[in-house]
Write a protein that binds this ligand. Structure first.
Ligand code: RTP
Ligand code: MG
Length: 141
């Protein structure tokens, strides 16, 4: 049954700073997904607080927002059959030290001893989250 979805992908500031944008986009395109929006931008704290509303009150949310606003990031909307789950699979586990080799985080990220986990990419965790996040980052879509 057709289940074409959209998901929000972010190449986080660590990934942009380390030159991973092309590689992340290459993997998305190689997998066969379609880019429907793509933008390099500096996210402000208000947007990030909304984006991470589910984590409000957790100890890592302040350092997370500082990290995510520390430099430019790339925001993208990616489309394809079951792409929400599919991109999470491409990204790999949250902790880059244990993320499987072959995944974006497993191949491109590691623990640098930072206050918060720096793991190159974000991907929406459900179709509901994707709809909320896409409306937040790309209100014109
Ligand atoms: P994401 O939202 O970035 O796609 O990653 P995720 O679902 O795998 O992880 P999530 O639990 O939603 O956490 C969001 C991001 O917060 C940072 N984090 N740091 N203990 C920590 O230092 C910690 N826990 C989470 C990571 O950057 C994670 O991706
Ligand atoms: Mg998440």
């Amino acid at each position: 049954m057709s289940d074409v979805q959209r998901t929000l992908v972010l190449v986080k500031p660590d990934g942009v700073a380390r030159g991973n944008v092309g590689e992340v986009l290459r993997r998305i395109e190689a997998k066969g997904y379609t880019l429907v929006a793509l933008e390099l931008r500096q996210a402000d704290e208000a947007l990030l607080a909304e984006h991470y509303a589910e984590h409000a009150g957790k100890p890592f949310v302040r350092p997370l927002i500082e990290f995510m606003s520390s430099g430019p990031l790339v925001a993208a909307v990616v489309e394809g059959q079951r792409v929400v789950e599919g991109f999470r699979s491409l990204a790999g586990a949250t902790d880059p030290t244990t993320a499987a080799p072959g995944t974006i985080r497993g191949d491109l990220a590691r623990d640098w001893g930072a206050q918060v986990i720096e793991n190159v990419v974000h991907g929406s965790d459900s179709p509901q989250s994707a709809a909320r996040e896409i409306a937040l980052w790309f209100p014109a879509l």
